[in-house]
Design a protein around this ligand. Structure first.
Ligand code: GRF
Length: 218
């Protein structure tokens, strides 16, 4: 079985990267991580990748005169490794139309909210301020507008009365670590297709992928 060749872009601690690494450790998983690219040389995710025996590359955005040249360098690096799908996992640079267009429908992201609610940074603080009872996380194909694009999987997470930003973030992060590998599994096995800017999932029987129907909306 040939596995989908994945490049993961990170900027920091890389806990979602770790969830993807763990999933890909199963030889039956339909994707493999062939390179981890960080724009920050001290990102802890690079250590995780190295420990897993995965090639790492640093492309420091500060060494480029503008975003397009930075992104062109990333694309070149990814293509050198034969990357077929790019996963953003806590990558903290906005991407321009050039990069997003080049990787269209081959570029996915995870965001810690139920998009389209709470795009951008400080997600959990804004969810708490809004008083929502339910938040969650989203894996989606990337479009040029920040935190937008066809949704692959979402998980709902309750907001509890005593939550702080930290406790809520931790609860959502646990859900992120479940759904990102699951979304990658769907994409890797060719079960997702973007049709009219929605994701059609060919998953056979729904129970195949509704592992935990009580907290999941697909
Ligand atoms: C996660 O909450 C992810 O949803 C967001 O950035 C955070 C990255 O965390 N895009 P980590 O580096 O994967 O631990």
């Amino acid at each position: 079985m040939s596995r989908l060749r994945v490049g993961v872009l990170i900027s920091g601690r890389g806990s979602n990267l770790q969830a993807l690494i763990d999933a890909c450790a199963d030889p039956a998983f339909p994707a493999e991580i062939v390179v981890v690219l960080s724009n920050q040389a001290d990102a802890f995710g690079l250590t995780r990748a190295t420990e897993a025996g995965i090639k790492t590359v640093v492309v420091d955005h500060r060494e480029f005169e503008d975003r397009p040249t930075f992104e062109a360098a990333m694309t070149e690096m990814l293509e050198q490794h034969g990357v077929q799908l790019v996963c953003l996992a806590g990558f903290m640079r906005l991407l321009t139309e050039g990069f997003v267009g080049h990787w269209r429908d081959r570029l996915i992201n995870i965001h810690p909210s139920l998009l389209p609610a709470f795009k951008g940074l400080d997600t959990h603080a804004r969810a708490l301020a809004a008083g929502v009872r339910i938040t969650g996380c989203t894996v989606h194909y990337v479009r040029e507008e920040m935190d937008s694009g066809p949704i692959i999987i979402q998980a709902a997470v309750p907001v509890l009365p005593d939550d702080t930003e930290d406790t809520l973030a931790a609860r959502v992060l646990a859900a992120e670590h479940r759904i990102y590998p699951e979304a990658l599994g769907l994409v890797g096995s060719g079960k997702t297709q973007v049709v009219a800017e929605r994701v059609a999932i060919d998953a056979g029987a729904p129970e195949d992928f509704l592992v935990n129907p009580s907290d999941r909306h697909i």
